[in-house]
Design a protein around this ligand. Structure first.
Ligand SMILES: *Cc1c(COP(=O)(O)O)cnc(C)c1O
Length: 424
C-alpha cells in the first residue's frame, strides 16, 4: 500500500478512501469522455494513414516533411477544422497565442475579449501591462474587454454591443488565475451562436489551454474559428517536449503560419527534427492522460472539501478545464500545499518551491512542478499567485495513482505544519 512507502497519517488515508468513493460517479463520466476522445483521435490517425515514415523527422528548411504535414491534418480532423499548425517551434502557450493574434490582426483592428481580463501573460502581449515594446498596442491594434457577470459566466446581454466593431472576438476557456468557472462546451456553443447573429464576419478565437479533451467536443467543433493551445499541457499527453498548436479555418491558419515562419514560407517550412514521433504519441495518449488529470482533480476536490476548504469547480458544474482550485486562505497554507505536491513528484522531489517574480506575471508566484518536462503542467503541478484569496491551482497528473499520492503528500505536509486538523 501507499503508506508502506509514504508517511501518511492513518486518519488522512481513511478520509482519502472516503473521498475516492465519493468521486467514483465522476470517474465514470470521465472515462466515458476519454473513450469518446480516444476513438476520435484513433480514427483521425487511421484516416490520415499515419505510418512509420511520419516519425522520421526532417532537418534544415523541412521541405516536404510528411510527418509534419500529416500531423497538421490529423489535428484538423480531431478538432473538426479545415487546417492546423502543430509545431515544436512554438516555445509556449503564450507564444502560440501571440502568434495567432499577430497573425490575424492588423493595425487599426479591434480585439474584444468577452471573458474579461485575459490570462496574465497575455496582458503584455496585448500591451495593457508592461513596457509594451512590440505588443499589439505598439502596432496600433486596439483591445477592449467585456467583463464576465459577477458569477463569472459570460454576460450574454452585454456581448452584442461590446463586439460591434471587433475583428477578433476572443474567449479564454480556462479560468486562469481567477475563481471564475471554465467555459463549458455548452456555453461556448451559445456564445458562438450569439456572436454569429450579431457579427457574422467576426473571427472567433479561443484560448483552449487546459481545455483539450475534457469534454466530448472541442470548441472548434461547436463553431469557434480558431483554437489555440500548448503541447506541454493537455494536447501533448505528457510526451511532447515542447510546442503548441493552432487549429481553425484554413485562411487564418495560413496567416498564423506566415507569422510563425515568414511570408512566403508559411506552413511549408520548419523542420520537425526529432519531435514528430513524440507529438503523435502525445496526441494518442492525451485523452487518457487528461482523464487521469481530471480524476486527480476530482479526488483532490473531495478530499479538501472534507478537510474544510472551499473547492472549485463545484460538483454541479461540468468541467471546462483540468484545474481544481482550493481556497487555502493564507500564504503559509499555499506554500505548504505546494511543498507537499513537490515532495510527491517523481522529479525534483527533494527541492522546496519558493514564491518568486516570474517573467510575465504580475504577482509573485509559487509553483510546484516536479516534472519530466520543464514547466509541463499536464504533469501534477500546483501554482498560486501570492495574493488574496490565497487559492492554489492544482492540475495534472499523468497517472491517477501518482496524482493521488501527490495530493496526499500535500495534505500531509499541511497536517505536519499544523495547518489542518483531522477529527479524532
Ligand atoms: C497556461 C496558459 C496560457 C499560457 O501558456 P504558457 O505555456 O504558460 O505560456 C495561456 N492561457 C491559459 C488559459 C493557460 O492556462
Amino acid at each position: 500500500m501507499v503508506d508502506q512507502y509514504f508517511r501518511i497519517d492513518q486518519k488522512l488515508l481513511a478520509l482519502a478512501e472516503e473521498a475516492q468513493q465519493a468521486a467514483s460517479a465522476q470517474f465514470k463520466e470521465i472515462d466515458r469522455i476519454a473513450e469518446h476522445c480516444s476513438a476520435k483521435v484513433l480514427r483521425a490517425l487511421q484516416e490520415e494513414h499515419v505510418s512509420a515514415a511520419c516519425f522520421a523527422g526532417s532537418n534544415g528548411y523541412g521541405h516536404d516533411d510528411v510527418g509534419r504535414d500529416t500531423l497538421d491534418r490529423v489535428w484538423a480532423r480531431v478538432f473538426g477544422t479545415e487546417d492546423a499548425l502543430v509545431r515544436h517551434q512554438f516555445v509556449s502557450g503564450t507564444h502560440t497565442l501571440s502568434t495567432a493574434l499577430f497573425g490575424v490582426l492588423r493595425p487599426g483592428d479591434l480585439m474584444v475579449s468577452i471573458t474579461g481580463a485575459p490570462y496574465d501573460t497575455l496582458e503584455e502581449v496585448i500591451g495593457i501591462r508592461g513596457e509594451g515594446y512590440g505588443s499589439l498596442a505598439d502596432y496600433g491594434i486596439r483591445y477592449e474587454k467585456c467583463d464576465l457577470r459577477s458569477d463569472g459566466t459570460l454576460d450574454f446581454d452585454a456581448i452584442p454591443a461590446a463586439i460591434q466593431n471587433a475583428k477578433v472576438v476572443y474567449l479564454q476557456r480556462s479560468r486562469g488565475y481567477s475563481l471564475r468557472p471554465a467555459l463549458t462546451i455548452a456555453e461556448i456553443r451559445a456564445a458562438v451562436s450569439l456572436i454569429r447573429q450579431t457579427r457574422p464576419d467576426a473571427i472567433i478565437m479561443l484560448d483552449n489551454c487546459y481545455g483539450e479533451f475534457v469534454d466530448y467536443e472541442e470548441p472548434t467543433e461547436v463553431g469557434a474559428d480558431v483554437a489555440i493551445g500548448s503541447l506541454i499541457k493537455n494536447a501533448g499527453g505528457g510526451i511532447a517536449q515542447t510546442g503548441g498548436y493552432i487549429a481553425g479555418r484554413a485562411d487564418l491558419i495560413e496567416q498564423c503560419a506566415c507569422r510563425l515562419t515568414c511570408v512566403g514560407g508559411g506552413k511549408e517550412i520548419g523542420c520537425s527534427l526529432t519531435h514528430s514521433r513524440e507529438m503523435y504519441l502525445g496526441l494518442f495518449f492525451a485523452p487518457e492522460v487528461v482523464a487521469n488529470a481530471k480524476k486527480t482533480g476530482a479526488f483532490a476536490a473531495e478530499l479538501f472539501r472534507r478537510l474544510g476548504f472551499t473547492v472549485l469547480p463545484g460538483k454541479e458544474r461540468t468541467a471546462g478545464d483540468i484545474i481544481t482550485v482550493i481556497q487555502l486562505g493564507s500564504e503559509d497554507a499555499v506554500c505548504a500545499f505546494c511543498k507537499g505536491i513537490q515532495a510527491g513528484s517523481p522529479v525534483d522531489s527533494f527541492v522546496t518551491p519558493e514564491p518568486w517574480d516570474m517573467a510575465g506575471y504580475e504577482s509573485k508566484i509559487i509553483m510546484a512542478a516536479g516534472a519530466f518536462t520543464n514547466g509541463a503542467s499536464i504533469e501534477l503541478s500546483a501554482d498560486a499567485p501570492i495574493r488574496e484569496p490565497y487559492a492554489v491551482y492544482l492540475q495534472g497528473g499523468l497517472t491517477y495513482t501518482s496524482g493521488k499520492i501527490g495530493v496526499l503528500t500535500a495534505a500531509q505536509t499541511m497536517l505536519d505544519a499544523g495547518l489542518i486538523s483531522l477529527a479524532p
